[in-house]
Design a protein around this ligand. Structure first.
Ligand code: SF4
Length: 747
């Protein structure tokens, strides 16, 4: 199986029109907003508007909006939805507070102060677009397209990203969702089964669910959580592998409190045990396996005892997990995970998860890994100009790929290194669209230095963030509740006997206020000013969505008639494709200089006096994006740090203490948070939720709330096959009342 990955293939495999409100009326409506957490509670609606698709996180639940006059007062799940149904999560409910957040960006702004310490001047759209177009063109003309970089995130960043990549011609685009989140998962599965796995595990029909680091309940994606809960209700046994007693661990039948970074050793020992004891699916492997003998030989020294020592867990527990999986195979959900950029040895771990699914014969079976078969919709693309691979930072002089299994785009670290050294060429322009690279990417100071040396930085966002402080020009975007946007398709098969597919498009539930604009308008206007007018694929975002829908025989008018969601018959999800195979041993990986059989690579352990910093999600926030939301801030105003209770007692700390941090590089947290002492975390680790501790003074609610975990992740680890970041290889001590406290050594 050749490894030939395009962005399109990667993404494929991964996976009420509002009447325009006159500006004066819109301003009157917005200025009447009071900052009360109770404001919308108890309100009644006189109209329901359909076609909303949530973006408080990126799961995209289907919504309806309840309106009173012009004002959106409540969001609910769309009753027609066969995905999230009428359910939405706390963040989804709090979308109305984002819509009317008085801190939202309202007008184009020009920074007349310093990057990082801005002074904002309101300017017209004409002036802002003229300056963005002229500056980006000047950099492109002087340094070539490769002199421009982009850090995009979210659905509105797709259209401008394709413009930058395909038409302008820079490779230097780095998506956080690939290089700091799930890219490794997808390329590891593509290298094993030829497809990115998504989160397509048939949990409602599973007899066992295995979560490796997955903390459902803290990480909430509504339809996924429903499938998980349904599986548990149907009697599935739950195995959770996590150094911490997470919400999922609390529901588990087996909690494996593994030593961080050793998960691959755990998985190899399970697979070796199953193979050695004849408890694997021989028929499946005979028919669909490739390289099984090399694989079997390659993992043969992973005894239960060896893994137990490495993982710091009992050998009997590894055996218990293996037996539980074997006795319930093939109806087992081996979850591929989502955020998997952990230790810089992650590609091998993700390959191991895919191989374990194969060893158990759990592909395309009830309860196993079953990919959605979604309906086809159209695509809108910018004209592709041929720019060759000459300036691809991932290619060395011999035209070999530095990171052969990289996700689409370019490794963030390659872009940052080139920008800072000017080698092999300068990178002097930066577009940040919906991403917050200051609080997403390890090495916060490095990111600031990268932005400092740019000739021009442009940011587009809905809210102020720590990244928008670094813009020269800051453009306000309409929110997901005020715009049309890409199509959402999906499949449902596991809640009913019939298989169904759906097609929906994001449609506005409220009219845009102030001077906010959408992605198509902003990108097209800049493209015109850069000389690319003839390459513009659509004139408006509505036209883009109509083109997408046309391929499916639909239109926006039709979709509105169908309450925002078109439902049609689906396909049998369990039918195995004819060419399906599992590469237990992958020769291409070996030819590229990496282990062709999944291999455990140990990671650095905490230095004396330090604990490993682990981080994760909470159900009421989506990282930093929701920190300024007044409802969500009330629900969880800071990110308490978990410390083992015995460790806390040893160093004189107690639950509720206010603490700060210093990391292995001497970097101190700017803010403090509360201490949560618990037996539910290993003594060699501390844990906190990601995304807190914003520094932007324009965020009147979120500023300085909790601690910015990213500021403490200064040591950079790179996954060698993919070029993605490993983000859990940093270590901290706690600070209380100005005193730094050593973490006692564990055995
Ligand atoms: S899971 Fe919650 S925040 Fe995410 S899309 Fe659904 S309702 Fe919105």
């Amino acid at each position: 199986m050749a490894f030939n990955l395009t962005r399109r293939k990667f993404l494929q495999s991964a996976s009420l029109a509002a009447v325009a409100l006159p500006l004066s009326k819109a301003i009157a409506s917005e200025t009447s907003v009071k900052r009360s957490a109770l404001e919308a509670v108890g309100s009644f609606a006189d109209e329901t508007v359909v076609g909303g698709v949530c973006e408080m996180c990126f799961w995209r639940c289907q919504l309806v909006g309840k309106k009173r006059g012009d004002r959106l007062v409540k969001l609910e799940g769309n009753p027609k939805s066969i995905d999230n149904g009428t359910s939405i999560c706390a963040r989804g409910n709090a979308g109305v507070q984002l819509l009317y957040d008085p801190d939202r960006l309202k007008y184009p702004l020009k920074n007349v102060g310093e990057r990082g310490d801005p002074k904002w001047k309101r300017i017209s759209w004409e002036e802002a677009l003229d300056e963005c177009g002229a500056k980006l063109k000047e950099i492109k003309d002087k340094y070539g397209p490769q002199g421009l970089s982009m850090f995009p995130h979210g659905s509105t960043a797709k259209y401008p990203m394709h413009f930058m990549e395909r038409t302008v011609g820079t490779h230097n685009v780095s998506e956080a969702s690939f290089f700091q989140c799930r890219g490794i998962r997808d390329t590891a599965y593509i290298a094993t089964i030829g497809k990115a796995p998504g989160e397509f595990v048939d949990m409602p029909n599973a007899k066992v669910i295995l979560l490796l680091g997955g903390h459902f309940g803290e990480n909430v994606h509504v339809s996924h959580i429903k499938r998980y809960i349904k599986g548990l209700q149907n009697g599935a046994k739950l195995i959770v592998v996590d150094p911490r007693y997470s919400a999922s661990a609390a529901k588990s039948d087996v909690w494996v409190q593994i030593k961080p970074g050793t998960d691959t050793a755990f998985l190899l020992a399970i697979m070796n045990y199953l193979i050695s004891n004849d408890k694997y699916d021989k028929d499946f492997i005979e028919e669909y396996g490739d390289g099984f003998e090399e694989f079997k030989k390659g993992i043969a020294d992973w005894s239960l005892e060896k893994a137990a020592k490495e993982c710091d867990i009992p050998a009997a527990q590894i055996k218990e997990v293996a037996e539980l999986l074997a006795s319930n195979a093939p109806n087992v959900s081996i979850h591929p995970g989502r955020h998997v950029s952990w230790y810089g040895n992650d590609f091998q771990r993700q390959r191991s998860l895919a191989c374990l699914t194969g060893v158990l014969g759990a592909f395309y079976v009830k309860g196993g890994w079953v990919p959605a078969k979604n309906p086809k919709v159209g695509k809108v693309s910018w004209a592709k100009h041929d720019h060759g691979d000459e300036h691809n930072l991932n290619m060395n002089e011999e035209e070999e790929m530095l990171y052969p299994f990289t996700p689409p785009g370019t490794s963030t670290e390659l872009i940052r290194d080139a920008a800072l050294t000017g080698k092999p060429y300068p990178i002097k322009g930066c577009v940040i669209w919906g991403q917050n690279p200051i609080q997403t990417i390890p090495g916060q100071q490095k990111m600031k230095d990268v932005l400092k040396q740019m000739d021009f930085v442009m940011c587009v966002d809905v809210m102020p963030t720590d990244a928008t402080m670094w813009a020269d020009i800051l453009l306000p975007e309409v929110s997901y509740l005020e715009r049309y946007d890409y199509i959402k398709t999906g499949t449902q098969w596991d809640f009913a006997d019939k298989q169904q597919q759906y097609i929906s498009a994001r449609m506005p539930l409220a009219a845009p206020m102030f001077e906010r604009k959408d992605q198509v308008f902003i990108t097209n206007e800049i493209a015109k000013r850069m000389g690319y007018e003839k390459d513009i694929p659509v004139q408006t975002v509505e036209e883009m969505v109509e083109k997408n829908l046309k391929v499916a025989g639909l239109s926006l008018a039709q979709l509105k008639k169908e309450d925002g969601i078109h439902i049609q018959d689906g396909k049998d999800p369990y039918t195995m494709p004819e060419d399906f195979e599992v590469l237990f041993y992958n020769e291409d990986i070996e030819d590229a200089g990496f282990p062709g059989v999944p291999t455990y690579i140990g990671v650095e352990q905490p230095p004396k006096g330090f604990a490993r910093l682990l981080y994760g999600r909470v159900p009421v926030h989506t990282f930093n994006r929701t920190q300024n939301n007044v409802w969500l801030n009330k629900a969880m105003p800071d990110n308490p740090v978990w410390l083992n209770d015995e460790t806390a007692a040893q160093i004189g700390l107690k639950d509720g203490d206010i603490v700060g941090f210093v990391n292995q590089d001497g970097i101190e947290s700017r803010t403090t948070t509360t201490l949560k002492t618990t037996p539910g975390i290993r003594k060699d680790s501390v844990y906190m939720a990601h995304g807190y501790g914003s520094a932007n003074p324009l965020m009147s609610v979120g500023i300085n709330a909790g601690v910015d975990d990213q500021s403490l992740i200064s040591k950079i680890t790179i996954d060698p096959e993919t070029g993605a970041h490993g983000m859990r290889n940093n270590f901290v001590k706690l600070i209380k009342d100005g005193k730094t406290l050593d973490i006692p050594a564990t055995a």
